[in-house]
Design a protein around this ligand. Structure first.
Ligand code: MN
Length: 726
């Protein structure tokens, strides 16, 4: 048990009060009271009141950021666990402390919900990216690092399983994160704590050896320090000489990765000289190089050569007393702070928002660190771009695996990323426990669960919902296969039906395969598919399967007719046929100009009817007996039409009508005339060339004195309107 919360908080306040005007102590006190009340009687596993953890995290942040400390980040630290662990909501925090603090606390809360379940390389990278893409504010990351550091310091109180998982996660995620942000202090402590919990026996062994050799090492370093201090004093330069802290985990890695012996690593002594200003750095370098022989090519000037604004230092290795090599770093206090705290000492007054300016600064930092060999790749830059540009989103499976999706990615993309079958059987999705539509746009940190069903199947519109080309490719593939499958089923059915119809039986599958290949299909399935798609007709296949088979064509009425009544069509052309006997129907007496159709008759060739003649109606004669015809009359052809003439009973009526008809160039074939109740009715069969000619004749007859009406006679009732043919 450490001090109670009151004492801890008082210590914090007295520390931050010293950092000047940036801190609003009233707000910090309000945040403390809010947090203490919210956490109430909650205890940590260590037995401490929970709020002690919050104060400790605020203290770590205060130590880290020091002069640039602001109320926002300290208050956020004090409140960082209230959303996750108490009944307070983000809205409560927002109402009491404003949106900036609320958003930082929210960011930390969200990050804390995710754990690295699987330390594979891709997962580790995605996890870091997810943290950044969720954070978008460096203060969230600083706070999370401080939170993790305090949790690691008190990790021993947890169960073995949790200790292992958290240590692994710290080593894989949080220590590298601290490193990338240049926060060397926190990185070292996180690594050593993880090392202690994960590799207990190695740690104990190493710690024992270090302790054993401590006296000897300290004695040697004292000797070096004394010599340097003496020289500095003679030259009037003020500087502090310190031994560099031993970092167990890096010693372990050197032994493990480079196969070096502990003694070899230990032989290399390391000291650091902290000066008051930059000019002194070079003076100190000159003094040391005078004192001890420098090792060739081991001098590096990271003050002059600095590209970003962060790491600055002079590095040299000299041959110290009794021929032992000593690595020395020379830097000012500010440079030292930047080297130890990186972006925590540099994050600026704009809050921690990652903007382009900060990105550039970090870019320079990354280059420096790469030159130092401290950062092996430019992952940080990539991380920050993730955060700035948000091109990718990182989501979590129910098992805690991380998946990367492009911005706008939907549950469909996610499902196909899990497995093609999960995608194909996907019927719905849950995001953070709630059902969402499949078009839902996933956000970083979303926990996604896909609902599948054995009857689920991709749909055409999924092609628009999926944002990844791989998902779209898989959907397209499935749809294509499905269409293929449908075609195969259909084609098989068509062919089998055709064989049954003609009572044909297949000898063997091989015959079918031969037929398939003769029709340019790879296999039988391919043949079925092409039949189903209508590219190959079943008859084509039957002809190849059964060469002796010829479809027994049921002769159509026209074929019969051709045999029975050969003749020459006159006046009309019958579509696709010649040498057919034709006649013109008596019932409707068509003439050129009338719309006509041909009806196949029994034994009399084709009879030509007007289409408004009921004897040509399809429902009466049957479609198979109808043929289309068009007029093709020669000049000398003529056609007989009956004209019905009504007039007064006059002696000379017949003569007048006959005269009128012949005046039009028409002939009368026959005439029948009668008188009923003093009214004369005559039927004149006349020869005309066409409809125009007929109309001329009728007009002339109408002019004859005594004629009251002239009509073209038809021997069927007037056509029913609704059955009018075109
Ligand atoms: Mn916490």
């Amino acid at each position: 048990m450490t001090d109670g919360p009151k004492k801890l908080f008082d210590d914090l306040v007295s520390e931050i009060a010293g950092y000047g005007s940036g801190v609003d102590l009233d707000l910090v006190t309000k945040a403390y009271e809010f947090s203490r009340e919210a956490h109430g009687a909650q205890k940590r596993k260590s037995g401490e009141p929970f709020v002690c953890h919050s104060i400790s995290v605020a203290k770590i942040i205060a130590d880290l950021i020091q002069a640039r400390l602001d109320t926002i980040i300290v208050s956020s630290a004090l409140l960082h666990d209230v959303i996750e662990d108490t009944s307070k909501s983000i809205k409560d925090v927002d109402e009491s402390f404003g949106s900036e603090i609320a958003s930082i606390v929210d960011g930390v809360t969200k990050i804390s919900r995710y754990h690295l379940m699987n330390p594979e390389k891709g997962q580790v990278e995605n996890f870091r990216k997810m943290l950044f893409s969720m954070a978008r504010d460096l203060r969230v990351i600083f706070l999370k690092l401080a939170d993790r550091l305090h949790n690691m310091r008190t990790l021993e109180f947890l169960e073995a399983e949790k200790i292992k998982r958290i240590s692994m996660e710290t080593l894989e995620i949080y220590a590298p994160l601290a490193h990338m942000l240049g926060i060397a202090e926190i990185k070292r402590e996180l690594e050593d704590l993880s090392f202690k919990f994960l590799y207990q026996s190695e740690y104990r062994e190493l710690a024992a050896t270090v302790a054993e050799k401590r006296e000897e090492r300290e004695k040697y370093l004292d000797e070096v320090k004394e010599e340097i201090a003496g020289s500095l004093a003679r030259e009037g330069v003020k500087a502090e000489i310190v031994a560099r802290p031993k970092h167990f985990y890096s010693i372990y890695r050197k032994m493990h990765d480079q196969g070096r012996r502990l003694e070899d690593i230990f032989d290399l002594q390391a000291a650091r000289v902290i000066t008051n200003d930059k000019a002194d750095c070079y003076r100190v370098l000159g003094i040391i190089h005078d004192l001890f022989t420098p090792v060739q090519d081991r001098f590096k000037d990271f003050i002059a050569a600095q590209k970003g604004n962060l790491y600055q230092s002079l590095h040299t290795t000299v041959v110290g007393p009794r021929g032992r090599l000593v690595e020395i770093q020379i830097r000012t206090k500010e440079m030292h702070l930047a080297a130890e705290r990186g972006f925590a000492a540099h994050y600026g007054y704009k809050g921690g928002k990652i903007d382009k300016e900060l990105l550039e600064k970090l870019g320079g930092f990354v280059v420096d660190m790469q030159e130092l060999g401290e950062i092996p790749d430019a992952e940080l830059m990539e991380l920050l771009k993730v955060s700035l540009y948000q091109d990718d989103v990182f989501v979590v499976t129910p098992k805690g695996d991380l998946k990367k999706l492009p911005r706008g990615g939907t549950p469909i993309d996610f499902a196909y990323l899990i497995h093609t079958e999960v995608g194909n059987r996907c019927v719905g999705a849950k995001v953070n426990g709630s059902i969402v539509p499949l078009r839902f746009e996933l956000k970083s940190g979303d926990r996604v669960e896909i609902i599948t069903s054995p009857t689920g199947r991709p749909r055409e519109d999924w092609l628009h919902l999926a944002k990844t080309s791989s998902a779209r490719g898989k959907i397209r593939h499935w749809l294509r296969l499905e269409r293929q499958k449908e075609s195969i089923g259909l084609g098989k059915e068509i062919l089998e039906r055709e064989m049954r119809k003609h009572r044909l039986k297949l000898g063997s599958e091989d015959e079918l395969l031969d037929a398939a290949q003769s029709l340019d299909c790879n296999d039988i399935q391919g043949l079925y598919a092409r039949i189903g798609q209508g590219e190959v007709s079943p008859k084509q296949v039957l002809q190849r399967l059964f060469p002796e088979w010829k479809e027994k064509k049921t002769p159509g009425p026209l074929d019969k007719l051709r045999e029975l009544v050969p003749g020459k069509a006159r006046g009309v052309r019958i579509h696709g046929l010649d040498n057919l006997m034709i006649s013109f129907a008596k019932c409707c007496q068509p003439v050129p100009g009338d719309k006509v159709t041909g009806i196949i008759t029994r034994g009399r060739g084709v009879s030509i009817h007007r289409i408004d003649c009921p004897n040509s109606f399809e429902d009466r004669v049957g479609r198979e007996r109808m043929v289309s015809v068009e007029w093709d009359a020669e000049k000398e052809d003529s056609f007989v039409v009956s004209l019905l003439v009504v007039g007064g009973d006059r002696q000379n009526l017949l003569a007048g009508i006959a005269k009128a008809i012949s005046s039009c160039g028409s002939h009368i074939r026959t005439v029948s005339l009668g008188t009923v109740d003093g009214v004369a009715k005559g039927r004149f069969f006349v020869e005309v060339k066409n409809l125009r000619h007929l109309n001329d004749v009728a007009k002339e007859v109408r002019k004859v004195a005594g004629v009251s009406s002239v009509e073209r006679e038809q021997f069927f009732p007037a056509p029913r309107k609704k059955e009018a043919h075109e």
